[in-house]
Design a protein around this ligand. Structure first.
Ligand code: SF4
Ligand code: SF4
Length: 152
């Protein structure tokens, strides 16, 4: 299994704290980071590979909660890598987000917000400077290329 960060599944003792704090587990009962770590720990990572892997929000709360410094979020990331390396389709939403970042440097469209008095604000009307967009495509393409070559 590719090591992507600080994951140490062998240190997991299945206390479940990662799952109790997990943003996604709160709404999806089948999403259990402790179970994924458990499968990896026992050499059964393939059992953890399914489409729910892609629901991880990368909020890193599981990393904060884990008393053993297992870094379940990195275990999930590594499983995602393993899934794609094994031929699983890369989710379209991810692909669209990466394309958006490479084009503009932003993950999402800039949006107006509504305050509690139901007044709508844009950055301009709130007196904020525009967010610089573009100009990062070359740097991001280089990072993507390094990821594809396993250099990151
Ligand atoms: S919090 Fe850490 S030790 Fe506890 S189950 Fe999750 S990964 Fe394992
Ligand atoms: S990073 Fe992923 S697995 Fe960890 S708490 Fe957030 S959603 Fe859950």
């Amino acid at each position: 299994m590719l090591k992507v960060g600080f994951e140490k599944p062998e240190k997991c003792y299945q206390c479940g704290r990662c799952t109790s704090g997990c943003t996604v587990a709160k709404v999806l009962k089948d999403y259990r980071p402790n179970r994924m770590v458990g499968f990896v720990r026992h050499g059964m990572g393939k059992k953890a590979i399914n489409e729910s892997l892609w629901y991880c929000a990368r909020c890193l709360k599981c990393v904060e909660y884990c008393p053993q410094k297992v870094a379940p979020a990195d275990v999930v990331l590594s499983l995602q890598h393993q899934a794609v390396s094994g031929g699983a389709p890369f989710p379209e939403a991810y692909r669209a987000m990466v394309e958006k970042i490479s084009e503009t440097g932003l993950a999402f469209q800039q949006m107006e917000v509504t305050d509690r008095d139901f007044e709508t604000w844009s950055r301009g009307s709130a007196g904020l400077p525009p967010v610089p967009v573009g100009g990062r495509a070359a740097r991001i393409a280089k990072i993507v290329s390094m990821i594809e070559k396993g250099e990151l």
